[in-house]
Design a protein around this ligand. Structure first.
Ligand code: C2O
Ligand code: CU
Ligand code: CU
Length: 467
């Protein structure tokens, strides 16, 4: 509905039983009873208010990933929506990363009961965004249980490019999950009987992997396709799994994956890949052309990093010849920021490494585990900064509020898939990556963190205050 100048949606977060594996009912935590949650489509610059009602048995927080959102609607991990019957604020303690008994208090937390309005101005480049839970210390199990959905922002300029559209534009949310023999989700530390049980413990330091690959909530789906171009808007919504995607025909040919967009919208010009690495939370907007593929045969999308059945992701069965009037323009956009190193007023260094925290093992940024009450980065509104990120193992690093560009990897020029405007960058083991951004949009308290969801819950998050 539309009122008061904003499009309005209402989403109820509730438990639901969903058929994911054929003939098996799986209990989930959902947005509106579905996994993924309902896809919201918006126009650039037209504000959206989403009323989220919490009918789950635990506090929740909603974050619109990739959104340029005022801080009060950005889903800071202690700004909880308390469920019915949750005693009171005194019981909102955060025990996951710190281990049982570790209580962390955030004097700035804004608690609401039962429901909260999140307002998204969406004054930003058109892009595939996603909304997901962001509760401190419990984000990974909440997303695993189903709290994730897509939010697509469009504008007239993009609509007029002639890209594949309608049935031939497919958002693909890729996420791995594991199931018990009964069809329940298998998460190493899920315990529905306990409210304050930590989400993740030490054996899962590397993150939690599943052995079933879901695309839009379905295991290894096969889509009927026309022999034409398709626009695949790929999101890796997995907690910890990395993919290197390739598309292979029945006769062993690898199809080009023509990248037209990154996390934060269209590239300046298309970039052709044969192999597309995608880390948790990254998005790639890709054109694939089935016009040369024999009708009746298949194109398999494969993860080169997988093994056994996690090697397969999904497939397309090319069903019919058609005429295709879509195109891939040589110029896709002309509004990408062109910040240069010399524009930066500051260079900061951050290490992303394992370390000791609260007497156990955790993941640290600059040697420290997340503390909502600590100030980590204070940036001036409008300042351009260069950040040098260095990793021990694989860490997909995400900044809230702003998009950034990749300046270098290991001191060398960025890789082809680093093109465009990003909000998540994959640091590979031992790698250092430089990014450049400008802190604008809104003032307030935001975050940056590793988007391996288990790493995030085990401390790898920090505050970013824009003043
Ligand atoms: Cu998708 Cu702070 O995260
Ligand atoms: Cu985000
Ligand atoms: Cu990490």
């Amino acid at each position: 509905s539309r009122s008061g100048g904003a499009d309005r949606y209402e989403i109820t977060q509730r438990e639901a039983t969903v058929e994911i594996l054929p003939g098996v009912r799986t209990p989930l935590w959902t947005y509106e009873g579905a996994f993924p949650g309902p896809t919201i489509e918006s126009r650039r610059g037209r504000p959206v208010t989403v009323t989220h009602r919490n009918d789950l048995p635990v506090p929740t927080v909603v974050h619109l990933h990739g959104g340029r959102t005022p801080a009060e609607s950005d889903g800071y991990p202690t700004d909880l929506v308390l469920p019915e019957g949750w005693p009171d604020a005194a019981h909102v303690t955060h025990t996951g990363a710190g281990g049982p008994g570790h209580v962390m208090h955030d004097p700035r937390a804004v608690l609401t009961k039962l429901s909260r309005d999140y307002t998204f101005p969406l004054d930003q480049r058109p892009a595939l965004l996603w909304y997901h839970d962001h509760r401190m210390d419990f984000t990974a199990p909440a997303i695993w249980r189903g709290l994730a959905g897509l939010h697509i922002v469009r504008d007239d300029a993009e609509d007029s490019l002639g890209l594949p559209a309608g049935r031939r534009e497919l958002p693909l949310m890729i996420a791995d999950r594991a199931f018990t023999a009964d069809g329940d989700l298998d998460y190493p530390a899920l315990d529905p009987t306990s409210r304050e049980r930590p989400g993740v413990r030490e054996p899962y330091l590397a993150g939690v992997l599943g052995d079933v690959i879901l695309v839009n909530g379905a295991p290894w789906p096969v889509y009927e396709a026309d022999a034409a171009r398709y626009r695949l808007r790929i999101l890796n919504a997995s907690n910890a799994r990395h993919y290197e995607l390739e598309a292979i025909t029945d006769d062993g040919r690898r199809l080009d994956l023509v990248q037209i967009g990154a996390d934060q919208g269209l590239l300046a010009a298309p970039v052709t890949h044969r192999l597309l690495p995608i880390a948790p939370a990254e998005r790639y907007d890709v054109i694939i052309d089935f016009s040369g593929v024999r009708v009746g045969s298949r194109v398999r999308v494969v993860n080169r990093l997988g093994s056994g059945r996690t090697r397969d992701v999904m497939a397309f069965r090319v069903a019919r010849e058609v005429t295709d009037d879509s195109r891939i323009p040589r110029v896709l956009s002309t509004d990408l920021p062109t910040w240069r190193r010399s524009d930066a007023v500051r260079v900061r260094d951050f290490s992303f490494r394992a370390g000791r925290m609260h007497g156990g093992h955790g993941w640290l940024i600059g040697g420290l585990p997340f503390d909502p009450a600590r100030s980590d980065v204070t940036a001036g509104f409008g300042d351009v900064e260069v950040w040098r990120l260095i990793a021990d193992v694989h860490h997909p690093v995400h900044l809230h509020l702003v998009g950034f560009r990749v300046l270098s990897r290991r001191g060398r020029p960025p890789l082809p898939h680093d093109a465009g405007l990003k909000d998540t960058v994959s640091l590979r083991p031992g790698e250092s990556v430089e990014i450049i951004t400008r802190f604008d949009g809104y003032r307030g308290r935001y975050l940056f963190h590793c988007h391996n969801a288990e790493h995030e819950d085990m401390g790898m998050m920090a505050n970013l205050e824009i003043i």
